[in-house]
Design a protein around this ligand. Structure first.
Ligand SMILES: [Zn+2]
Length: 246
């Protein structure tokens, strides 16, 4: 991690009034939330991700899919937002326009206090049936199978599964944020999963400066204005220090 780049990143952020942050699994990892693949331990290892997270998988075995998400939802009770979530939340009031675009489904940005969060891939603590959203308060944890709504349809987690398109209004909001921001921080994402991966490129094309924070290089790295090679929870405290000084 190059401290001069962190200083430059802080100065870039200071010069902007419209800021966006795109986050991925790397931000949640340091809270102890395993990636989808890493969560597939023990009993779960034998399943193909398509069996656990696709419309076909849910149709074929609703109990299995339900229990997979229920397990991951229950794990959220044991984790806390980390330094990166907290720093991102603290930044919000420093800009006239600020949004977090996240690929994470764990709600940790909101738990850290972020208000304007666009959840590209949904949230595992929210559910829907054929015709409406069901908040976490309606759906207890520990159920062995998906509950049936009054409308007659099975209730499912409100996440985007393999083979599904992103919610149209969510995507519109993310797109508008990307093309309208002056600086985009891209944090803890492999920059591979589409369509989310296109957002920094769209921002760049409209003239935004791109700051990438990631332990490894990604397909975005060569196009980024600054690349800070570090885990998010390490880079953010220092970045905030420089940001407050500048
Ligand atoms: Zn219903």
């Amino acid at each position: 991690m190059n401290e001069i780049d962190i200083e430059k990143a802080a100065a870039l952020m200071r010069s902007a009034s419209n800021m966006a942050v795109l986050t991925g699994a790397g931000v949640s990892k340091e809270s102890g939330i395993p990636t989808f693949r890493d969560a597939q331990t023990g009993l779960w290892a034998k399943y193909d991700p398509q069996q656990l997270a696709s419309p076909e998988g849910f149709k074929n075995n609703p109990e299995l899919v339900w229990q997979w998400y229920d397990m991951r939802r229950q794990n959220l009770a044991n984790v806390q937002p980390n330094a990166a979530h907290i720093a991102i939340s603290a930044l919000e009031s420093e800009f006239s326009e600020f949004a977090v675009l996240t690929q994470n489904v764990d709600g940790l940005h909101q738990r850290a206090g972020s208000k304007h969060v666009v959840e590209l891939h949904g949230n595992i603590t929210t559910f829907y049936c054929f015709d409406r959203l069901h908040p976490a308060s309606e759906i207890p944890t520990g159920l062995k199978q998906p509950p049936v709504c009054h409308c007659g349809s099975l209730i499912r987690p409100a996440v985007v599964w393999f083979g599904e398109a992103l919610d149209r209004s969510v995507w519109r909001s993310a797109s508008q944020t990307a093309i309208g921001c002056e600086v985009m921080l891209v944090v803890g994402t492999s920059a591979l999963v589409q369509p989310a991966a296109s957002l920094p490129f769209d921002a760049k094309q409209k003239g935004a400066k791109i700051i990438e924070i990631n332990p490894e290089q990604t397909p975005l790295t060569r196009r980024a204005d600054l690349f800070i090679q570090a885990p998010a929870a390490i880079a953010f405290p220092l970045l905030m220090q420089y940001f407050r000084q500048s």
